[in-house]
Design a protein around this ligand. Structure first.
Ligand code: ME8
Length: 662
């Protein structure tokens, strides 16, 4: 670990205003993924999170409950810490802005700016939203209320919250003085605000129209940090809150070694608070003689189909409920995979359950299961690299190298969904490699033993690479994969990751499936029920006047999914001796050898040779069946009956044999 290889990442500090939902957990999980990734890349990493505990909002909330702010806040802080524990958040420090070291450091910073004349005493008159803890000019309001004389009596902030009139003595920060410096800073630090689009918003909507001086203290309530030289003023909650990112490191305290080591760092924030972090925050730091953050990344919101989560809409998802039923890793995976980090994304129960089934149970789970059982079956659970290669090894190893490189590129850009998609490309390629090399065929001949072992080695090694890359996202799952591969290591460095690990004669454990398949309908109904607070949710609307003409009962989608349908080309066909019904087909269905299917359709094809060269549809995974004592039929040919006729189902000539139908 080199001296300057440090990484500092922060979440916003949360308002303790109630139980945190899945949307609030989103930032914390994303930062955790980054922190874990950087640690595995050999960085000395510091991850900060915490609570924003001052301000009018908290004071009023506590009063409503008949509590002092502290009595209200302490249990809340414990609840939040308990949630982060459930989400396996590896923070290095949890700051509360009521911590003494923070309060002292903020007071000192305020006095410094006052002494420098960056702060001056004046009078504020304007609109304030308590919910947002934010000042607004009339023109910034979404809506204004007027009395019969046209005088404005109130209004609505862009967030949808009510504003109230505030008129009081206040200290102002000379923001305007630093506008040119800030524009120049953006210009010379093109990566400071990300994604890029948020930068233009800041410049055009807030800086260019003119930066107003910021009211920095309040006198109409007391729940805040008092200004030492004039204690009837308490410091504005955002000034107090933003400084947490450096006071947590010991800034303005006796031991500021962490501050010296880690600042400047990266601030990860939701898009609605980018303004505070990219305008006020760098100006405050600059005025204090300190560097601005390396980067402020404004991520999007996690939304529901009908907009933001809210109890009144009955669409709130709490992470605890999902974790309890589906496990933590499914939740972390979903949030990081399903949504492009910089943009808004919509949570739907269908998508969530689908991802678990397809990505986790099918793609990843099956690869692990097949690999482990083949290593057990064909080589007594030992993983041995040999020099007997197959023609597919080179391209497979190339995909490993490419995946690792792309993964790093994506992680450096905070493109978590892209990084995971890269890992899944490797998983899909490895699954295909099983089909290409057909280990069960190699297992039939003793001469192919070395080749077989090398194929099995490639499978195990790719899974080790996959699990290594997944560590920041799904620690428990990676651990299970390492265990099933018989590895005693519980973690691998991502920094040193390369194909070619020497498995020291490990015995592969026969493990349980890491993600069991879910019944989609049942689970979607369950999640919807939980979202609506336990009420049974009405079934989706089905047109009542459509009568389905069925001969068999309905089946679930999951049942249908078990059937593998494929395109197969007729290579040869002949009548079966001793039967007037059966035709014996030799078909190319993309298997290593032509497959044989017997089908009782002879009477409909007096000239059966007309079928040669046709591309048919077959059920490919039907259990093989012995017919006429000597023929094994491996599948079924699909056909349609109408009147007294029957025709096999054909497909376009240019669809290759072996293609999956679905
Ligand atoms: O803003 N999707 O606190 P906060 C994504 N105390 N992110 C969401 C979300 C959702 N549905 N809901 C909330 C504050 N968040 C201040 C910060 S920092 C010096 C002070 C995110 O509790 C939101 O975008 O209102 C914000 O980044 C974070 O949760 C905390 O929000």
């Amino acid at each position: 670990m080199t001296e300057n290889k440090t990484f500092y990442i922060t979440t916003p500090i949360y308002y303790p205003s109630g139980k945190l939902h899945l949307g609030s957990s989103y930032t914390t999980i994303a930062c955790d993924v980054l922190a874990r990734y950087k640690r595995l890349m050999g960085f000395d990493t510091f991850y900060l999170t915490g609570l924003d505990e001052h301000g009018m909002k908290i004071q009023r909330k506590a009063e409503e409950l008949g509590l002092t702010p502290k009595e209200y806040l302490d249990p809340m802080a414990e609840d939040v810490k308990a949630l982060w524990k459930k989400l396996d958040i590896s923070y290095d420090k949890f700051i509360r802005t009521t911590d003494t070291y923070h309060e002292e450091a903020v007071a000192k910073a305020f006095e410094q700016l006052l002494a420098q004349d960056d702060i001056y005493l004046g009078k504020y008159a304007g609109w304030y939203s308590v919910s947002d803890e934010e000042f607004f000019t009339e023109t910034q309001l979404e809506e204004v209320y007027r009395d019969e004389n046209g005088v404005i009596t109130g209004g609505i902030a862009p967030s949808g919250h009510e504003v109230e009139w505030v008129e009081e003595e206040t200290y102002f920060f000379r923001m305007g003085k630093y506008a040119d410096w800030l524009l120049d800073y953006y210009e010379t630090h093109p990566d400071f605000i990300q994604p890029e689009i948020r930068k233009n918003e800041m410049i055009n909507n807030f800086i260019k129209p003119g930066l107003e001086d910021l009211a920095l203290t309040r006198t109409s309530f007391t729940w805040g940090i008092p200004v030492p030289s004039n204690p009837k003023h308490v410091v504005y909650v955002w000034f107090d809150a933003l400084l947490n990112y450096i006071t947590a490191l010991g800034y303005n305290s006796e031991d500021d070694s962490n501050f010296k080591k880690f600042w400047p760092g990266i601030n990860m924030v939701g898009k609605e608070i980018v303004r505070f972090h990219t305008i006020y925050w760098p100006i405050m730091l600059h005025a204090l003689g300190l560097p601005a953050p390396k980067k402020v990344f404004g991520h999007g919101w996690l939304l529901m189909k009908d907009g933001k989560m809210s109890k009144s809409k009955g669409n709130v998802v709490y992470p605890e409920m999902l974790i309890e039923r589906y496990g933590l890793d499914a939740v972390r995976y979903y949030l990081m995979r399903a949504i492009s980090f910089g943009q808004d994304g919509i949570f739907t129960p269908e998508d969530f359950v689908g991802r678990i089934n397809f990505d986790l149970a099918n793609d990843l789970g099956n690869l692990l299961n097949r690999t482990v059982s083949m290593i057990n079956k064909y080589n007594d659970g030992r993983i041995e690299a040999t020099t007997a290669t197959t023609e597919f090894d080179g391209s497979l190893e190339e995909v490993v190298t490419d995946t690792v490189a792309h993964f790093h590129e994506a992680m450096d850009k905070f493109e978590f969904n892209v990084a995971l998609a890269d890992v899944w490309t490797l998983i899909a390629r490895t699954n295909k490699y099983i089909d290409e090399t057909a280990p069960w065929v190699l297992a039939k001949s003793a001469d192919d033993k070395a080749k077989l072992n090398n194929v099995l080695y490639h499978l195990a090694e790719n899974l080790r690479v996959v699990a290594t890359l997944l560590q920041p996202f799904m620690r428990a799952t990676s651990g299970k994969i390492f265990t099933q591969l018989g590895l005693s290591e519980t973690s691998f460095s991502i920094e040193e990751l390369a194909f070619g690990y020497d498995f020291v004669n490990p015995v592969v454990a026969k493990g349980e499936p890491i993600f069991p398949r879910l019944d989609v309908e049942e689970e979607v109904a369950y999640i919807k029920e939980q979202m609506s607070g336990g009420k049974t949710v009405e079934k989706e609307w089905i047109p009542e006047d459509v009568e389905l003409n069925l001969t068999l009962p309905e089946i679930k989608f999951d049942d249908f999914e078990k059937i593998e349908l494929k395109v197969a080309e007729v290579l040869e066909v002949e009548r079966v001796e001793g039967s007037d019904k059966l035709l014996r087909f030799k078909l190319d269905a993309g298997d290593s050898e032509p497959r044989q299917i017997l089908s009782g359709i002879a009477q409909f094809y007096p000239n059966e040779q007309e079928l040669v060269g046709k591309k048919l549809q077959i059920v490919a995974n039907l259990k093989p069946r012995k017919m006429m004592k000597k023929y094994v039929s491996q599948g079924m040919i699909l056909s349609a009956e109408f009147g007294n006729e029957l025709r096999v189902l054909t497909v376009d000539k240019d669809i290759p044999a072996g293609s999956l139908i679905g």
